[in-house]
Design a protein around this ligand. Structure first.
Ligand SMILES: [Zn+2]
Length: 485
């Protein structure tokens, strides 16, 4: 086995810094610093243990637990049928299927990433002083993908597409230079506005590109389920379904997208329902991560541009008991009609988005009656809050509206109360669901995330969802379904 540094850290006077940050990530001991310098190029265990003797194991384990070095086993022989894993971004296969793939390390394995141009890194969340350019982020994520491929014993390749924010933003190359507020606005808009677009043509084109890279007929094909409805994940899944419906592959394994699945309860069963209703045959495979949880953690360390290792393993609840899921999908028996791609995709979209949420908050508010106190939760959208607050319908019913808005500055000057602080908001969710109607309004892409943010801190909100009329969930399509004052 060999040990490799991950490409995100540098040592300055024995102190590790993350991606050029002035903050000290970790101080190394004298010996650890020597080991770090030795690992400028990958080293075998023999070299390390000869250099450090009985201390070698402890030092290697500490650097591994910090997530700054990873261990790679050699892959000598290949046995079994070939596997091709499609992933939207460098990291999706490892997050969702890491242990499943490690268990099949001996098989001829390939990972094909649909995108290779990006702007997002964890630096965006920690202030924007030293944000990397598209070129820098893309290069870094490509390196991460290659390193993860070696840990998995897989060949990694990627298609040249930009990811969704870059595909849909007007001036993607300038994104790393704009203010944080403008960046988030552009980013969110680019995704949510394109979520509900007609996706059939794009899926077919991507399927063609994938097909050109499939060498053997016997290849087992895996793709994401699209849990969380990220446009790139849906795009790759739809391409895989297109290959299935076109009889290019006999079966597709749709893996449950992590970490999205942790906060989207019910999405998987809706997907299975839609696939079955469309005449496809579905079989669910669940496998426990088991003793491979440490190896999966080692694998996830390489994607440091996207997360801090402890926060992602916490989020995944990564341990022996955590589960990776694949929904295997086949065409139905010949006498059963199987949908064409367009109908299938429409059915999936309908089930995934439209049925979870209503699209007309005003119609519901109209039915609410008068003289009540209504709680409206909004996410990151002041303009929409203002529009709602002054809507004649609300003004005429005499209902008292309390707006709770996340991540924004307070609004003043209306008769409506605005609560902008996140802590206030969580507290009031707890109190208000008991007595007052609650409306959550969010854009489609963020809906599940927003709900889980509320749900995780205020269990009563999600419980109230099933408790009748106290809570209604609404979403709107950007710029299209906003009420006109
Ligand atoms: Zn992804």
């Amino acid at each position: 086995m060999t040990f490799h540094r991950i490409p995100h850290f540098e040592s300055r006077n024995g102190k590790l810094h993350f991606l050029g940050s002035p903050r000290i990530f970790q101080t190394l001991s004298k010996d650890e610093e020597i080991l770090w310098n030795l690992l400028k190029s990958p080293k075998t265990w023999n070299v390390i243990s000869q250099t450090f003797g009985k201390d070698a194991r402890g030092m290697v384990e500490r650097l591994k637990s910090l997530g700054v070095i990873v261990e790679i086993q050699p892959k000598r022989s290949k046995k079994g049928g070939p596997i091709l894993v499609l992933e939207p971004h460098h990291d999706d296969a490892a997050l969702s299927l890491g242990a499943w793939l490690l268990a099949r390390r001996k098989r001829p394995l390939r990972i094909l990433t649909a995108t290779s141009r990006y702007i997002s890194t964890t630096l965006l969340e920690t202030g924007r002083r030293r944000v990397l350019s598209v070129e820098q982020v893309s290069e870094l994520r490509l390196t991460e993908g290659r390193l993860a491929g070696r840990i998995l014993g897989a060949a990694s390749t990627s298609l040249p597409h930009p990811d969704a924010p870059l595909r849909y933003c007007r001036n993607p190359e300038k994104l790393h230079r704009v203010s944080e507020e403008r960046f988030s606005g552009e980013y969110e808009r680019s995704i949510s506005e394109n979520l509900l677009r007609n996706s059939k043509t794009e899926a077919i084109e991507l399927a063609r590109q994938i097909l050109r890279r499939m060498t053997a007929d016997s290849t087992t094909l895996l793709a994401p389920m699209g849990i969380g409805a990220h446009p790139d994940h849906l795009w790759v899944r739809n391409a895989a379904l297109s290959l299935l419906l076109d009889s290019k592959v006999p079966e597709v394994g749709l893996y449950e997208d992590q970490p999205y699945a942790m906060t989207r309860p019910g999405h998987r069963s809706r997907l299975i329902q839609a696939l079955t209703e469309s005449g496809l045959r579905v079989r669910v495979e669940e496998s426990k991560v088991g003793s491979r949880h440490r190896a999966k953690r080692n694998l996830l360390c390489v994607y440091a541009s996207q997360w801090k290792i402890d926060s992602i393993t916490d989020q995944l609840g990564l341990g022996p008991e955590s589960i990776e899921r694949i929904v295997w999908v086949r065409r139905g028996k010949s006498q059963q009609p199987t949908s064409d791609l367009g109908t299938l995709l429409e059915h999936l979209l309908e089930l995934e988005l439209e049925k979870i949420v209503g699209s007309d908050p005003m119609a519901w508010l109209e039915q609410l009656g008068r003289d009540q106190e209504i709680q409206i939760y909004l996410f990151h959208d002041l303009r929409y809050a203002k529009t709602l607050a002054h809507h004649p319908l609300l003004e005429s019913t005499g209902n008292k509206i309390r707006f709770h808005i996340m991540g924004t500055k307070p609004i003043v000057g209306t008769q409506t109360q605005f609560h902008e602080s996140e802590t206030d908001m969580m507290l009031s969710v707890e109190q208000s669901t008991a007595n007052h109607p609650v409306v959550v309004i969010s854009n489609a892409y963020r809906l599940w995330e927003n709900l889980s943010e509320l749900g995780l801190r205020a269990g009563s909100l999600l419980a109230a969802r099933n408790a009748g009329d106290l809570l209604k969930l609404f979403t709107f399509r950007e710029n299209r379904e906003r009420p006109k004052p």
